[in-house]
Design a protein around this ligand. Structure first.
Ligand SMILES: CC(C)(COP(=O)(O)OP(=O)(O)OC[C@H]1O[C@@H](n2cnc3c(N)ncnc32)[C@H](O)[C@@H]1OP(=O)(O)O)[C@@H](O)C(=O)NCCC(=O)NCCS
Length: 232
């Protein structure tokens, strides 16, 4: 993680975010992206029971039981939906849950920007679903109403806007293991640019304490939709 941080003037979505009850399903060619509901618990648990799907998580191991999945699922539900923009990813054709993702943290501890994550069931990897999800998700994310804020962010993520020295282009952030080729390709296909690389002790249970190399990616918001000029 970078040691140099800077206060910037930028934009971010209004908080509280729109609650799940006000989020319309996002439809793509093959997918429906909608808030996860309590009755999705069984399929959510099946996703989180796959060791492969859990490789990118902080703990790195599958849930041991339904209670662990229920606890993880609470991040998707009210009242936590006011600070998270998370969705389930379902096949349009069958309604089956194949993945999940979105912004799970509005202020990443590793760079200050909102942070994206995602995971998909292993049997559906390498068929373009994560890319299809993230592209549609980002359109919804950038469409949220925004306001101007001051925010502490890591210095290397900063993009200045053309016409102002003090205004910084809003970013969305993701980080991944340097060896997670699939995740890096998804990010790069959507226009994310790598801006950092660091090594830290792994948090994953099977590698705890061992050095892991991580890479940080940012994507800039297009500068056409800034709706207020109020600073927090
Ligand atoms: C990372 C992950 C979401 C990718 O999902 P996916 O649906 O397979 O991604 P896509 O099919 O959209 O793939 C995008 C590109 O990456 C490539 N790709 C995907 N997985 C790959 C892999 N393991 N090795 C090499 N390339 C890979 C695809 O072929 C595709 O490339 P192309 O467009 O040139 O053909 C999925 O592997 C996953 O859920 N992993 C476990 C959780 C995880 O690591 N999440 C990210 C945490 S940061």
């Amino acid at each position: 993680m970078e040691s140099s941080w800077t206060f910037v003037e930028t934009t971010l979505p209004y908080v509280p975010l729109p609650p799940n009850s006000q989020r319309q399903p996002i439809k793509t060619k093959r997918l429906v992206i909608r808030p996860i509901q309590e009755n999705d618990l069984q399929s959510y648990h099946e996703l989180r029971s796959q060791p492969e799907a859990m490789t990118g998580t902080t703990r790195g191991t599958p849930d041991r039981n339904m209670d662990e999945s229920r606890a993880a699922m609470s991040d998707f539900l009210s009242p936590k939906d006011n600070k998270r923009f998370l969705f389930g990813v379902f096949f349009t054709s069958t309604g089956e849950l194949i993945g999940e993702g979105g912004v799970h943290n509005l202020e990443s501890s590793s760079c200050g920007w909102p942070e994206i994550g995602y995971k998909f069931r292993k049997e559906f990897w390498r068929q373009g679903y994560a890319t299809e999800f993230l592209k549609a998700f980002l359109e919804a994310w950038w469409s949220l109403p925004r306001f101007h804020v001051k925010r502490l962010v890591c210095s290397s993520s900063i993009h200045r806007t053309k016409d102002s020295e003090s205004d910084t282009t809003e970013q969305v952030y993701a980080y991944t293991d340097v060896n997670n080729v699939g995740s890096r390709k998804v990010l790069e296909k959507l226009g994310f640019a790598q801006f950092s690389e660091w090594t830290e002790p792994d948090t994953q249970e099977h590698r705890i304490g061992q050095p892991v190399m991580l890479v940080g990616y940012c994507l800039s918001k297009k500068q056409d939709v800034i709706e207020t000029s109020e600073f927090r």
